[in-house]
Design a protein around this ligand. Sequence first.
Ligand code: GCV
Length: 738
Amino acid sequence: MLRWILFFLLTIPAINLRAEDGYRVWLRFEKISDEPLLKNYRDAISCLQINPVSATLKAAREELTSALQTLLDKKITATTAIADKCIIAGTPASSGTIKQLLAAHNYQLGQDGYTIQAITLNGKRLTVIAAYTDIGVLYGSFAFLRLLQTHQPIAALSIISVPKIQYRILDHWDNLNRSVERGYAGISIWNWHQLPDYIDKRYIDYARYNASIGINGSVLTNVNANSLVLTKEYLIKVKALADVFRIYGIKVYLTAKFSAPIEIGGLETADPLDTTVQNWWKKKCDEIYTLIPDFGGLLIKANSEGQPGPQTYGRTHAEGANMFADALAPHNGIVMWRAFVYDARVQKKEEKFEEGKQGEHSETIASGDRFKKAYNEFKSLDGKFRGNVLVQVKNGPIDFQPREPFSPLFGAMPQTPLMMEFQLTQEYLGQGTHLVYEAPLFKEVLDADTYAEGKGSIVAKVIDGSLDHHSITGIAGVANIGNDIDWTGHPFGQANWYAFGRLAWDYTLSSGDIATEWIRQTFTNNKFFVESTKKIMMASREAAVDYMTPLGLHHIMGTSHHYGPAPWIDNAGRADWNPVYYHRADADGLGFNRTITGSNALAQYQPQAQQQWSDSNTCDEKFLLWFHHVSWAHTMKNGKLFWDELCTKYQQGVDSARWMQQQWNTSKPFIDEEQFNQVNMLLTIQRKEAEWWKNACLLYFQTFSKMPFPPNVEKPAKTLEYYKQLKFIYAPGIGGNL
Ligand code: GCV
């Protein structure tokens, strides 16, 4: 009897522990399930030689040792001598063998790159993971483990991998009170109250996960900034995080509130041309670097959505950015100056960004086009920024919509390093409950041709500095991480974090290959599951576009929380916060005319780029309503009437969401039951919300088109009035920067 009780006590927790909660993300390192492959790997690997002369090499040794032991279910011995079947990892400084190997080959690995080579040396079969820097070795170690986790052959490895972009950064929109603006995965993982003395294990795992995909920077705080983080009390807490992250090659960055000299410095102005202000920032930076010698730099949102900035004092963005650049330059820090601006005048008298308040300049704004604002403010400043400033540009001209054309700033500022800003958190992509794999969105933008210097001047070449020969380069992703057990709330949110890191390292990777890698590591290598889940992921972004904003519709979601459809909203504080401003539906048709007969935003692009969009008959229909006010009876390329095509697209989106769930159902036998159910429930929400988007939008647009739904389109279940009265007072993600 006692034996049985003991058995239950021991096995029940063990069973529970085995359930996948997603905490380990893609670094699960479960035993290789394919027996012949396992044998093959076991035969090839029996020892590890890595001289842990630094904390980073020690971390690499720990990762390799513990992962290999669980993957191979075999004890891997650490050796100092070179033995047959050893993995040898290190730098020329840590290993004589690696010194010789790197001297013999002229591998161009740069600061962060690595090489993995299967070689035979003095009759011994070895796998070498080599780099010139410790962090390169850690990156190489994770890359090697990725090969094993994804069941790749390792007998003839000859890999050289170097990141294409230098600064690969996650931007957290985390507030000091732990709310996360546009966060859907719980509260902030930074526990400011407990720092600096309590180092949560999560900080270490956060760093490990990022290092495993090559992310090397973390902006800890929201761009809607709080000066308090720059006070001594908080800087000590920041230092505690920096000390953890450093080992994994991650630098910390902070957001700087432009008015900090007033708020925490006791000055009367924050004018960037005032020497007392300049000196205040210099001293502040000196103070930061005394605590954190490798501090990365500052990210600044200025004169946008209520944030103060240089324009508050009649100065330009360049003058503002350069003040920070001068304070950071002696320490090799960088400034990331955001170009997310769309006419700050309306906020001047408001304390902070609050949609829904009546702004003073709504009329002025109504006659303009928000699309054009960033270009108008920044283009003329090209060449005026210091060498350590990167101008950070959102991927599209408006705001992380399900589909946007690339921002016309890419290719328009050749003398300035432009940094890409993507949004991983799904503010406009179903937030915490929709499965939307974002790699195809990232790739679409990175591969878009700006024609800035002729055909082939793709956005990625602007970002990686190769088009205009910039030596500092960067890419940022607005993080989707919170303190939910699986970090991202939706298990598939992890794929967006993963894909961002992989593309930041190498934007030539394909979305499909990244999805395959991620699925194999996160769930299983089962062939059926991998193929089936990959299909879901690859279809998901287009599905979301179709059920939310097909054919180039944009910004038609609910005000403020940005949750759900609300194309009817016309009373927000600024005209350009209103969906009606963007879709411009009327009796004639739908869409924003940005051609020469409209706002002429198209003129901000190179002529060849303009050409693909300038004529509504030839325009790539994915972008049609971004650039044209299209008649309801317009003939589409497939011969259908525009109205019928719009309805069909919405229906296709719904059908895709339904198909995604059916497809997921076929996966049930292959993965953890809890995880299966979790995703299944989320897919139910997604399907219902897809139907809601379609019904609400089509009923609303029908009040203008006055045309019937085509036969292939399901009749909406409820009335337009029903959808209009829905309120979501406590929708997540609004933030609140106290
Ligand atoms: C951090 C959009 C979001 C805001 C965000 C802003 C920005 O407007 O809705 O929450 O603020 O972009 O990127 O600065």
